[in-house]
Design a protein around this ligand. Structure first.
Ligand code: GLU
Length: 301
């Protein structure tokens, strides 16, 4: 087996619609970090939540990445084809008592603000979820390359979180941790909306005996009302016919100094690779607080 490169990044879109400028920012940022270090950059389609997905979205996203010159290494992985890996991880956690079957419904947990610390279900349900047992005083700390030191009390702020949902679908937290490790990812560079998920992912890595990659959470693009672009009506798909305009916009939002005029996408990316500085990327102010995303049917932020 050949040795893995020292640096391996990835872009992991959910195929819920066309790429918007915010996703392009994450794609470009993760590509720059990996390529600047002479590393590989992988693409993984996170298609484990069919109710949120749109037919044709993955193909459309991949085509957009190609139009923006963001070419990936290796084969594209699809999470929908990786059930055995997630099942294996879940079985290990169940076998060691680190995960448990839970019959609590969202309304059972409402009195505790949605945070699960012990089962309070009023009855058995045919479709229980599986949760990670989060120990008492579980403080997870890591250094984010953009946002600095991050620390979260996972037992207090999140509680025992879902690994397999009541509807039988895999939770994002489990799938992302298993895949990042299986693919040898060393740099996770993504939007700051996922900062609040990272302590859970670090905890899961520890529970499974997996390495923790380096993390860098990039600023979110917000619309004029301060809403995350992907969630707002202004989340127009990027115009793949005019990639240079979008590239210039996300480059600026990444806090980088303007590039001399670029005549083509290839030209832009070459200059960007020469000049990108991760230490110039502005930190997003976002407190990691996760209870709202911890319900048994929610897959991720
Ligand atoms: N699939 C997630 C999303 O599109 C990103 C997951 C990640 O980068 O960890 O929001």
């Amino acid at each position: 087996m050949s040795a893995l490169p020292a640096c391996r990044g990835r872009f992991a879109p959910s195929p819920t619609g066309p790429l918007h400028a915010g996703s392009l920012l994450a794609a470009l940022g993760s590509w720059l970090v990996a390529r600047q270090a002479g590393g590989q950059w992988l693409v993984r389609i996170e298609d484990i939540d069919p109710p949120r997905e749109r037919p044709g979205a993955a193909a459309d996203q991949l085509q957009t990445l190609a139009r923006f010159g963001l070419l990936h290494d290796g084969t594209i992985e699809y999470q929908s084809r990786r059930d055995p890996l997630y099942q294996n991880a879940l079985d290990r956690l169940l076998a060691t008592g680190k995960a448990f079957t839970c019959h609590c419904s969202r309304s059972d947990l409402a009195a505790a603000g949605g945070i699960h610390r012990r089962c309070v279900a009023r009855g058995e349900r045919p479709d229980p979820a599986i949760r990670l047992r989060v120990p008492e005083h579980c403080e997870i700390a890591f250094d984010d390359a953009v946002c600095g030191p991050i620390c979260q009390r996972v037992d207090v702020d999140v509680g025992d979180f879902v690994l397999r949902r009541a509807d039988g679908l895999w939770a994002y937290q489990l799938a992302v941790v298993v895949d990042d490790a299986a693919q040898g990812i060393t740099e996770v560079v993504r939007g700051a909306d996922l900062l609040e998920s990272t302590p859970r992912q670090v905890l899961l890595q520890q529970a499974l005996g997996l390495p923790t990659p380096r993390y860098a959470h990039l600023p979110l693009l917000l619309d004029e009302k301060g809403r995350k672009l992907s969630k707002s009506s202004a989340a127009l798909p990027v115009d793949a016919e005019r990639p240079l305009e979008t590239l210039a916009l996300v480059w600026e939002r990444l806090g980088q100094t303007p590039l001399p005029h670029a005549g083509s996408v290839g030209d832009f990316l070459r200059q960007a690779l020469d000049r990108f500085r991760l230490d110039r990327v502005p930190a997003s102010v976002q407190a990691p607080h996760a209870a709202a995303h911890n319900a048994d049917s929610a897959s991720h932020a």
